[in-house]
Design a protein around this ligand. Sequence first.
Ligand SMILES: C[C@H](O)[C@@H](O)[C@@H](O)C(=O)COP(=O)(O)O
Length: 243
Amino acid sequence: MAEQRGDGRGAGDVRDGGQDAGESRRRGVRPEEARAWEELVTTARRTVSDGLVVGTSGNVSVRVGDTVLVTPSGVPYDRLQPDDVTGVGLDGRQVLGALVPTSELPMHLAVYRTTGARAVVHTHAVHATAVSTLVSELPLIHYMAAALGGPVRVAPYATYGTDELAENMLHALADRSGCLLQNHGTVTHGASLDQAYDRTAQLEWMCRLWLTATSVPGLSPSLLSGEQLAQVQEQLRGYGQRR
Ligand SMILES: C[C@H](O)[C@@H](O)[C@@H](O)C(=O)COP(=O)(O)O
């Protein structure tokens, strides 16, 4: 029996047997979802081309209304086409597409259910993942931690794709827009795919900086205070171009 979206429209080829596959996949995809899917695929490909993930590691999502578009599980990003739109509701039920959604759906949905985020990026960035095995919080090596809401915490390890991992991540994320996952990788969120992606890149850069600074034998880096960070947090509100 074909499942219907809340608006009564069919939502993809899972519901439309016997049709041309591309045509039926497109059915039920709204124009804003099609545009968001394009941006999502571009962002996912950037994570690979910028060296933040290898192969099919990592995943990306973007929220359009009450639908969350997500990368499908185990599909190389360079193979993703417009017809591959994969979407779930906030309850995790698939409403668009036929491909199996990312195995990290619990993490993505946990962020959308508890924050106003519009996009989530998960990577296995190498410096960030290395740091996740060494500390429970990234020391304040640089003031750009302010851009993530404060010192970046490390969520205790749990098996990938589990509710336990999602719960650990939520605790680590409290008041932050990014965290590390112990022996696993990074999660960041933002008001847009670009913002979530930029936060991942900043986080990976800060982890690389800390590893570099702590690798000099006999010396240890100076660290910033909470007060210094708070000052930057305030100043960053006016950073960039006025709109
Ligand atoms: C086994 C996966 O790599 C897992 O580690 C997950 O965290 C991941 O990054 C990619 O999983 P999906 O392809 O299911 O998104």
